[in-house]
Design a protein around this ligand. Sequence first.
Ligand SMILES: Cc1cc2nc3c(=O)[nH]c(=O)nc-3n(C[C@H](O)[C@H](O)[C@H](O)COP(=O)(O)OP(=O)(O)OC[C@H]3O[C@@H](n4cnc5c(N)ncnc54)[C@H](O)[C@@H]3O)c2cc1C
Length: 437
Amino acid sequence: MPDSSIHSWGLLPTVSHTHVIPLRDRRQTLPSIEGSMLPHGLGRSYGDSCLNEDGALLLTRGLDHWIDFDPETGLLQCEAGISLAEILELASPKGWFLPVTPGTRFVTVGGAIANDVHGKNHHRTGSFGRWVRDFELLRSDGSRRNCSRTENATWFRASIGGLGLTGLITRATLQLRPIVSPLIDVEQIRARNLSEFFALADESDSTHEYTVSWVDCLATGDAVGSGIFIRGNHSETPSDLTWKPRPTLPIPIHAPGWLLNKASVQAFNFLYGHKFSGDYHASQEHFLPFFYPLDSVNDWNRLYGKRGFYQHQCVVPREGRSGPIHDILSRIGNSGQASFLAVLKVFGDQPAEGLLSFPRPGVTLALDFPNRGQRTLDLMNELDEIVMSNGGSLYPAKDARMSGAHFKTFTPALDLFTPYIDPAFSSSFWRRVQENS
Ligand SMILES: Cc1cc2nc3c(=O)[nH]c(=O)nc-3n(C[C@H](O)[C@H](O)[C@H](O)COP(=O)(O)OP(=O)(O)OC[C@H]3O[C@@H](n4cnc5c(N)ncnc54)[C@H](O)[C@@H]3O)c2cc1C
């Protein structure tokens, strides 16, 4: 019986799967079924890269065993369905932290590898794959490979950022980084425009491990790029490392679609911009609210209503003081189709491990758009053209609609990658970008 209970974080597209198969034992071979299959972790990808319409999903959360943890070296080996939240609960009280974390901790190790996720410290540490020592890849023919930089090295590079298409990652070894306190020394600084944002990013590059900016997408003219620049470092003053996960607020039903409109975005921007007075605020925060402010509200994606929402995340070359990011933000500001969340960050120049990894040197902008049908798609298509003509790229983990032609241009290593796809694996994203090119 077709199953349409599983969706991605953006709540679109709605698809049904022929089978939804929970995996429990990494030693077993993959189920033999007709049609294609795809691993699915915690479904925190926004579009269709974690979906497989009319095919099967292999639910990986049941692969949740710890295999080894060395509190002397911070080397952790676990099954791929373990979440980053669970790693933090195990390792941070022992003085170890994730080397790279995305803006939610509710993602699995397998999902973090398959999208080669990045965090606020990309300018220092690069993306997740750089901290993966090795992993096991299980293929539909029953073969197993240990993959690392020295063993099956091209399989390693194909599977990091490989969108779940090269086989099932059953377990992985990660290098964690040491901490002496759960606190982060945080500074919030008002940036009045894009030039100020870039100046702050440059100034913080060598002094702060974490940098990111929340941007007001309604700003136009001289104020384009204005927002709050946030930077932080792990506190170096030793303190009690124990902590308890905090309760999260539920969003029990889908909100009406009109809830997130221009007025509510303005109100949000006003409140956020006025959370601190003046231009500068320094504080100490626990790592949970610093890294995961959105995790405190369960299922916040339902605020966008049943029609769901798109995310658009690009990376473009920096080019002086403004360049393509200025064009993109101006286009959004003038469109009146405000993005509720807009996050701007300068990526560093550490090369990513994966053949298809998204992060590359430049500046990345992530935007959420409530789904208002064709006019939302038209706006994002315009943004794509700016990205394309400036030699940038879009993040597949956040995508539900980029064209196949764009994907091919954004992915120079595509031909190198393709031979590593498991013949029994596919995804809605993959078929879409193959078909409409
Ligand atoms: C609030 C929020 C903030 C976010 N912030 C960031 C951010 O700052 N940086 C960033 O990079 N991303 C960010 N993301 C995106 C998220 O980190 C990625 O989409 C991540 O890959 C999701 O992991 P998951 O476990 O939910 O995997 P899913 O979304 O279920 O799957 C993701 C991909 O991984 C594959 N996969 C899953 N498990 C395995 C496995 N065991 N073996 C092989 N392939 C597998 C799937 O087939 C799919 O292609 C954010 C998402 C949300 C909702």
